[in-house]
Design a binder for this molecule. Structure first.
Ligand code: FAD
Length: 366
């Protein structure tokens, strides 16, 4: 079976890898380089605990988080790339009432090592935190990694498993004949396949419009800063109004804004000032650190903020994996697994009803 993957971000590369391992002939088409867009712009936080653990989204996120230790080891074995997977845990500064309420409400406290910190215990764990912070929740199970390296590792692993990675190849349209997708067109050339996986991130809706499909995906811009973090000030990730994740390579990643700014590729004075203000409020000594770089990226967002995963109804052979919004790095391993199950003719091993693309299908008004 020949599968054509549109987009070489984390979702396209991870799924290409799983498809190649499952015996498919895979070709990825990426108009820039692997991971050029949101997948490199991200912070790499793997933090699945939300307000509830009793939703299909929470189950998806937890399933992916549980796959990570195996994925990291497998990618390192195959490619030699160390993705800087850090499992020390994250501190969430909070108010006293919030701390008790949230810690009690969080199920899975044991698996995630959730602890309430009060008074001097906060600074005993992370001395650089502002003395004003008297209450926090520590979540040992909230991890992070270097997503730029992760996407390259997935891309290399896919190639080593037999996938073809075509970079610098813009896909201009999908070819649908009858009710089946037959091919895509890249640089004026038609490439035929048995299935197409659309994983074009925030740009995914563009290729669907000409075939009359009403997929709604929009960009949500995120601005980020890396501070030079040598010698390190923080040991743990700290997550308040801004988050700060210390990377072993010596950068402290500070993020992130969430903005409706179209595809304007710009970091703004307001965006950067807001992040730095929030970060310095939590960790005052950060004000001394040099700014190493700033950047922005475009999260793929669907109107219900949920991922869009599965077959496109009415067009045989066409699959969609997009809309991962703020969690595409976390969700990559499970997305790759579920899409591979689906594309190779099996049934996905998790409840998918909330994520199905058919929620975007235009139905006649009754
Ligand atoms: C600032 C920021 C911080 C984030 N932090 C986190 C985090 O801490 N944890 C987390 O889990 N997630 C995070 N995210 C979200 C995460 O980055 C995204 O959900 C994820 O990267 C989406 O992956 P993707 O492969 O769908 O999209 P992308 O990485 O954008 O990849 C899509 C690719 O498709 C290509 N493409 C588009 N159109 C075409 C075409 N016509 N032909 C060929 N190629 C095409 C693009 O060039 C691009 O490379 C963050 C995002 C941002 C912006």
């Amino acid at each position: 079976m020949k599968v054509l993957v549109v987009g070489g971000g984390i979702i396209g590369c991870a799924t290409a890898y799983e498809l190649a391992k499952a015996g498919c002939q895979v070709a990825v088409f990426e108009r820039a380089t692997a991971g050029a867009e949101a997948s490199s712009a991200a912070a790499g936080l793997l933090a699945p605990l939300g307000e509830s653990t009793d939703t299909n989204f929470a189950r998806l996120a937890l399933a992916s988080w549980r796959l990570y230790p195996g994925v990291v080891a497998e990618l390192q074995r195959r490619t030699g790339i160390d993705v800087e997977y850090v499992t020390r845990g994250t501190i969430y500064p909070m108010s006293a009432t919030q701390t008790r309420r949230d810690a009690d409400a969080w199920a899975l406290n044991k698996e995630f090592g959730v602890e309430v910190l009060e008074g001097a215990d906060v600074q005993a764990l992370e001395p650089a935190l502002s003395p004003k912070i008297r209450h926090a929740i520590f979540v040992k199970g909230d991890h992070w990694l270097n997503n730029q390296r992760l996407v390259l590792a997935y891309a290399q692993a896919a190639v080593s498993a037999g996938a073809e990675l075509n970079t610098g190849c813009n896909v201009s349209r999908l070819v649908v004949e009858g009710s089946r997708v037959r091919a895509l067109v890249t640089d004026g050339e038609r490439v035929d396949g048995d299935a197409v996986l659309l994983a074009a991130g925030a740009w995914s809706a563009e290729l669907m419009a000409p075939i009359g499909a009403g997929l709604r995906i929009e960009p949500r811009r995120g601005q980020m800063i890396a501070l030079a973090h040598v010698p390190p000030i923080l040991t743990y990730c700290v997550h308040g109004e801004a988050y700060m994740a210390p990377r072993p390579s010596g950068e402290l990643v500070v993020g992130a804004t969430v903005e409706r700014a179209g595809f304007q590729r710009a970091v703004t004075a307001e965006g950067i000032a807001g992040l730095l203000r929030a970060a310095i409020e939590l960790v005052p000594s950060l004000r001394e650190l040099p700014i190493a770089r700033t950047w922005c990226g475009f999260r793929p967002w669907a109107p219900d903020s949920l991922p869009v995963l599965g077959p496109w109804p009415g067009v045989d052979g066409l699959f969609v994996a997009t809309g991962h919004f703020r969690n595409g790095i976390l969700l990559a391993p499970i997305t790759a697994r579920l899409m591979t199950e689906w594309i190779t003719g099996g049934q996905p091993s998790l409840a998918m009803k909330d994520f199905l693309p058919d929620r975007f299908v235009r139905r006649p008004a009754r």
